[in-house]
Ligand binder design. Structure first.
Ligand SMILES: C[S@@+](CC[C@H](N)C(=O)[O-])C[C@H]1O[C@@H](n2cnc3c(N)ncnc32)[C@H](O)[C@@H]1O
Length: 454
């Protein structure tokens, strides 16, 4: 397919299934988006970046903003920070406007293909770029990444989330199964059939069920998320090592990797010491690193200044009235922390990242909890004593939190037969049934099952 064809297909997918597509009346817990705020990336990258006040005045670009991200991040940015959201789907942008109808803060939403939009931008147009889950859906991710790098000034920052290709082999396998059945995102009946088939498969295969629910319990039911994962029009396959090489080539230095699931507990804090490309690749291939690559990048490090200037907010803002991000206290080491301690960690974070005011870390926080919080960005290294910094940087003392894989449980032959029969019925209903297609579909289903049980 040509680049235009791919872009058209992707646009048509998001027009039918906006992302993430949560109901418009649902209030967003926008403080949970703290990690996407430009202040977070700037502060994390601060030790490397040369920041000038003029670079701060440049806009923040939200590349492929979907239908909620602007509504979330606009609340986390100072009112003086201008923001531009670009998305190829008019429906996503309409939904963003509806979510933000009461917001007094101006936003600039542009309906455009990202590559075309960036090509028309001047060098060094943005101070920060957020590209969360978009590059791997483009016809030429490298070309767009290069444009994004060009549009950042030295010291500019970026948050990039891209798929961890080696860890998604089983998802790619399921995508192939649906393609062989002739199912696509275009037809709501096809989507419902695919959902029902995968639900049955999960019912028969507990390891598959575990993998799907690890991606969020709603993945099998929520149409937008289901299509985005299993029926996507385009998913470029680029390994972590390739991404890291491309970033290095463009002068984008990774400051850190967010470890949402405690997969790097046996290693030094990856948010403060980004693992090497080889390590990521090795662990991804071994199945020990399955989350997406969520990287914080800085353009051309090693310049002169070692200070950070972030657009300052008042030391007390409406952020202080929110409860802290849920991610921080969803781990065994942190969920026992009492509310007063949670609030004090949150306020300390806000005062430091937004106000530049660093205060002592409470000595009452257990070490394992502080280590976990440091891995999630709730505690940042600046201002810590060297001893505390070293202990928060170190591998977790006890590897408490792990997403243990289920012991390999083979699907019984009778259940496999049932699944293959069901697949055959779908193939027949799609008027796609030939002996060859039936044979290939069977082998694809078995191959996915093998990958899951491995
Ligand atoms: C998986 S969603 C991520 C949305 C958002 N970043 C988030 O995290 O909620 C991918 C988004 O990229 C947009 N997109 C895909 N291809 C694009 C392109 N060529 N140009 C601009 N936006 C694009 C889609 O419309 C969709 O909103």
């Amino acid at each position: 397919m040509t680049a235009t064809g791919i872009t058209h297909q992707v646009q048509s997918q998001y027009e039918r299934h906006p992302y993430p597509g949560y109901p418009l009346w649902i209030p967003l817990r926008w403080q949970d988006g703290y990690i996407g705020a430009s202040a977070f990336s700037r502060y994390l990258c601060g030790e490397w970046r040369e920041s000038t006040s003029s670079s701060m005045q440049r806009p923040f670009l939200l590349a492929g903003c979907g239908d909620t991200q602007m509504a979330i991040l606009r609340n986390l940015e100072p009112a003086s920070q201008s923001m531009i959201g670009v998305d190829i789907s008019p429906r996503n942008l309409r939904r963003t406007r509806l979510r933000m109808w009461r917001s007094l803060r101006p936003v600039d939403l542009r309906e455009s293909d990202l590559q075309s939009y960036l090509t028309a931008c001047m060098n060094e147009s943005f101070s920060h770029i957020d590209a969360y889950g978009v590059l791997h859906h483009l016809p030429d991710p490298s070309a767009t990444l290069a444009e994004m790098a060009r549009c950042l000034p030295p010291g500019g920052t970026m948050r990039l989330m891209v798929y961890n290709t080696p860890a998604r082999q089983w998802i790619q396998g399921i995508q192939q199964v649906f393609r062989s059945m002739g199912l696509s995102f275009h037809d709501p009946a096809h989507v419902a059939t695919a959902q029902e088939f995968l639900q049955t498969w999960c019912h028969l295969s507990p390891p598959l069920h575990q993998r799907c629910t690890a991606m969020g319990p709603s993945i099998l039911r929520h149409t937008g998320r289901f299509v985005d994962t299993f029926l996507h029009a385009r998913e470029a396959r680029i390994s972590p090592q390739d991404w890291m090489q491309r970033l290095a080539h463009l002068g984008l230095t990774p400051a850190g990797l967010l470890d949402r699931y405690g997969e790097w507990d046996a290693y030094p804090n990856p948010l403060w010491n980004c693992p090497s490309a080889e390590e990521m690749e090795k662990r991804a291939k071994a199945g020990a690193f399955s989350q997406n690559l969520e990287l914080f990048l800085c353009k051309q490090p090693g310049l002169t200044a070692r200070t950070t200037q972030v657009p300052r907010r008042a030391l007390f803002s409406r952020l202080h009235l929110r409860t802290p991000p849920t991610l921080w206290f969803s781990f065994p080491e942190t969920y026992a922390l009492p509310l007063w301690q949670r609030m004090s960690i949150w306020w300390r974070y806000l005062n430091e990242v937004y106000g530049g005011k660093i205060s002592e870390l409470s000595p009452h926080i257990p070490l394992s909890a502080a280590q976990r919080l440091a891995r999630l960005g709730a505690i940042l290294p600046r201002g810590l004593s060297p001893a505390l910094r070293t202990s928060l940087e170190a591998p977790m003392q006890e590897k408490i939190h792990t997403r243990e894989r289920m012991p390999a449980a083979k699907i019984p032959p009778r259940d496999m037969r049932f699944l293959l029969d069901k697949a055959e019925i779908i193939l027949r209903n799609q008027k796609n049934l030939t002996p060859r297609r039936r044979f290939l579909l069977g082998r694809r289903i078995e191959a996915v099952q093998y990958l899951i049980e491995k």
